[in-house]
Design a protein around this ligand. Structure first.
Ligand code: M6R
Length: 560
């Protein structure tokens, strides 16, 4: 979580950083701040989004760096907002990650009389660095050893020199004609020559020169600007744009998959564990149904946040991790355990240069395009598409898909979905039950998450048949229950509907809002989830909420 961005060069550094941080705001928007160099570092901070920061610095500076925060250590207030400055003003720094031994270090520093003004682990780093002695590079080397946990840091010294270090959390440098850019997220960088820092690297930037202080060879590679992906075009929010991007994302994913030798990967394995968190876990559940019921593989799904791998892994066992960002800490932790126990990992991700992409033995890249709204939409659909595609491919050697037809069907379908009257009925509800069975239940877990996440409505996804075993007591004349039935067997749901109706509740069959019966059964889950994504989007609008930035959340959860 959190985004860090820096610039050293001939342009107005404050503006460059402000602009860079807008691309990173999806990683956290509780508060933000920028440090710029003017005979020492000056700092501007604000609570909330970047719009609340001064839009220019008092003087034009050529060195600046900044941060957009998702609060972990300490509440959202100005004192806890980055950049943090050391007690003696020697260092200013921004940090992404979590320092696990911050409390111990802080107690030791307080005992030595060092003052603290925030509750953050970042201020601990700044103060610790200031108390170390010797040459700066030696102090930073020592700092690296003393800190436990994950971090990427831009450290500004009062002389104007910039130092970069990282462990686990990503950090990149880009060299271009305009200067040197630093970012925690590759896709926020312009055209130029890119270097992705490795753990243990210590890099100094002084007067537009990048100098490795550690035993590092800085191998730059060409990077193409992806910033255009950060624009919303004609849409008011990223979330809506991203829902409409889905057909294109699926088409691109298909062309990518056609070039991979997927059968070869699967040939080596007969047992599979699917892992992910949140939405990505929900796509694992669909994958589990496809791979176990259709292909008849031995498959189970696990929440990465609740998974512990402590035994040697058999050679025929493949762990498939699904992660849009490739940066989710809970997934990285499991990936490390898998590697430790000699297991193999297939990663399904939308971010080919992510941390987990570097750890995986095999990769499948979803080509959804950058997803910036906190709520995952198009990436979920491309993940489900990957599982549908793989299971068809393995099952049927002659498998061919008319991708143009699928894309056109999806385009037309999304444009036709009308949810306004349902949204008006739901917007003031504080709880909502969603019922379905089999694969529809797995889809409703995702639908429920969307509505909880961005509309703040308490949602209860249920197997339809389970309602009468307890939850029926919640039904009264104000209740609306959303049902989903993508199969042709309506009988079981009809019985449940009667049970709800007899208690005064209303059942709305979302599959009846728009006809999805004619679509290929294997790809139907993609069609089925989109009305729910749109429902959650429009409820947020009716409630005056920003669907792109739900409270308390951030796009990638890089802390355990
Ligand atoms: O980047 P990842 O796919 O690993 O993220 C996992 C979850 O944090 C994520 O899917 C989250 O649940 C969604 N943003 C919810 O819409």
């Amino acid at each position: 979580m959190c985004g860090i961005y820096g610039y050293i060069g001939k342009n107005d550094a404050y503006q460059e950083v402000l602009c860079g941080l807008t691309c990173l705001q999806y990683r956290g928007y509780d508060s933000c701040g920028i440090a710029y160099f003017d005979d020492g570092f000056k700092i501007n901070k604000a609570i909330g989004t970047l719009d609340n920061l001064p839009q220019c610095s008092e003087v034009v500076s050529n060195i600046a760096f900044g941060h957009t925060r998702w609060a972990t250590n300490g509440e959202v207030n100005i004192n806890n907002t980055h950049p943090h400055i050391s007690f003696d003003k020697e260092f200013v720094l921004v940090h992404n990650g979590i320092i696990k031994n911050a409390d111990t270090i802080k107690r030791e520093l307080i005992d030595k009389g060092i003052p603290f003004y925030s509750d953050t682990d970042t201020e601990v780093i700044a103060n610790l660095l200031s108390t170390l002695t010797g040459r700066i590079e030696k102090r930073i080397e020592r700092l690296y050893k003393l800190l436990e946990g994950s971090f990427s840091l831009i450290i500004g010294h009062k002389s104007g020199k910039i130092y970069l270090i990282k462990r686990f959390s990503p950090l990149n440098i880009l060299k271009s004609d305009d200067g040197i850019y630093i970012s925690s997220d590759v896709s926020s960088l312009k055209d130029g020559l890119l270097y992705t820092l490795k753990d243990n690297d210590i890099i100094m930037i002084e007067k537009n020169e990048i100098i490795a202080l550690s035993n590092t060879k800085i191998n730059f590679k060409i990077h193409e600007n992806k910033i255009k992906e950060f624009t919303m075009g004609k849409f008011k929010h990223y979330m809506l744009k991203e829902i409409f991007d889905t057909p294109k994302g699926i088409e691109n994913t298909y062309y990518y998959l056609e070039k991979q030798n997927i059968r070869k990967i699967f040939k080596h394995f007969s047992e599979f564990t699917l892992l992910g968190c949140g939405t990505a876990y929900h796509s694992c559940l669909i994958g589990e149904i496809y791979l176990s019921k259709i292909v008849r593989y031995k498959v189970n799904s696990c929440l990465a946040s609740n998974c512990e791998i402590s035994k040697k892994i058999k050679r025929n066992h493949l762990h498939i991790i699904v992660s849009q960002s490739g940066e989710t800490a809970d997934c990285i932790k499991v990936a490390e355990q898998i590697k430790k126990h000699n297991g193999k990992i297939l990663l399904i991700t939308n971010e080919p240069s992510s941390t987990m992409a570097r750890m995986a033995d095999y990769k499948i890249i979803t080509k959804a395009g950058k997803e910036l709204a906190v709520a995952s939409t198009k990436t979920y659909c491309t993940q489900v598409f990957v599982f549908a595609y793989i299971s068809q491919l393995i099952l049927n050697k002659r498998f061919r898909l008319d991708i143009q037809k699928l894309k056109n069907d999806l385009d037309k379908y999304i444009a036709k979905i009308k949810v306004n009257s349902l949204v008006n009925k739901l917007k003031d509800k504080d709880k909502l039950i969603l019922i379905g069975k089999d694969i529809d239940y797995a889809l409703l877990l995702e639908a429920s998450l969307k509505i909880r996440e961005i509309d703040y409505i308490y949602t209860i996804p249920m197997y339809a048949g389970e309602l009468k075993h307890g939850t029926l007591s919640l039904i009264d004349k104000d209740s609306i229950v959303l049902s989903l039935n993508t199969s042709n067997d309506k009988t079981k749901l009809d019985i449940v509907k009667n049970e709800i109706n007899s208690r005064g509740g209303e059942v709305v069959a979302v599959d009846e809002l728009i006809d999805m019966s004619k679509f290929n059964q294997y790809f139907k889950p993609i069609f089925a989830i989109i009305p729910f994504q749109l429902i959650s989007y429009y409820i947020a609008l009716k409630k005056g909420l920003n669907p792109d930035m739900p409270r308390n959340l951030a796009k990638s959860v890089t802390v355990e």
